[in-house]
Design a protein around this ligand. Sequence first.
Ligand SMILES: *Cc1c(COP(=O)(O)O)cnc(C)c1O
Length: 373
Amino acid sequence: MEFRDLKCQYLHHKAQIDAAIMAVLERGDFIGGAPVASLEQKLADYVGVNYCVSCANGTDALQLALMAWGTGPGDAVFVPDFTFFSTAEAVALCGATPVFVDVDAKTFNMDVESLEHAVNTVIRKGRLKLKAIIGVDLFGLPADYGRIRRIAEKHQMKLLEDAAQGFGGRIREKRAGSFGDIATTSFFPAKPLGCYGDGGALFTDDAAVRDLLVSLKVHGKGTDKYDNVRIGMNSRLDTVQAAVLLEKMRLFEQFELEAVNRVAGWYESALRGRIDIPVISKEYYSSWAQYTILLENGAMRDNVQKALEKQGIPTMIYYKKPLHKQRAFVDEEKDCSCPITEELCNRVLSLPIHPYLKQEEVEGIAEKLLRCI
Ligand SMILES: *Cc1c(COP(=O)(O)O)cnc(C)c1O
């Protein structure tokens, strides 16, 4: 068994995916080919925003968004302490300061009271300018954007949605990728919508922001890439990846998103009441980038992981370390207090999940898990 079986998906749809890749090879339009624009249109329509701008990966997408807002030294950008490194790395790459915010013990997403507290602390110290909040749709579940947006507006900050794991999730009928002033996603192979290498995209309703992002991702181009009006990056999505994504997007919409929710439902039926499982509040829908349970404590978690591994069940720990404890952020760490994140880092364990997992397999994993505890 694999933690996230990407080969299984490929084998199910080999003919269409091979044909899409071959068509690019035959045309030779490796950069900026027709599939790139088609994909951007398709994704913008799906997410429900005016514009999608593709780029090289989800980390560049975050950096491009922050660059578009002129984020730089002296700016405070609020990020959850419990997320993948990129979310805060992009802030530091712009020269700004990531301010770590604790998360909610149930949803694992940015905790709104901790956010308010962190904002007030920055105001009181008066050293940094309030710039932006990055909400993360962790493990596929959108953050509480209703309340986060109110805080952003109150303090005139930008809201960036990091939907690298969230693509396909929603709150009521509003889809992930539409909650931020800009939203970003990643097509890293193991994300809910993944390609066969690196890829990423940004979403926005604002035409001026869209134009700026298009310039920034191609060397700060003006009328063309040999007319350079600002410092940018080289961050494009390859045509081959766009072609793969167009095929995979069709599968994602047709059945994969529902299938992965069915898998989560099987876990829930088998584990509810026996162990701490993810809770999806009413009106929220997850794309299940991960299925993450909580064990009683660190020792128990590590034992369970080892025992499952012996029985051929791969699991992962997302994430082992709060961001504020990463060595790269020693300078930022000083007065950060994120007790929930610290506890989660000790207790979380992510189980295998993907749309092609069968009911028997899920029940087998659940049974072995329950026997371990
Ligand atoms: C994967 C991920 C990213 C970065 O995406 P890449 O395409 O790997 O650069 C950013 N934020 C979060 C929350 C992620 O999970």
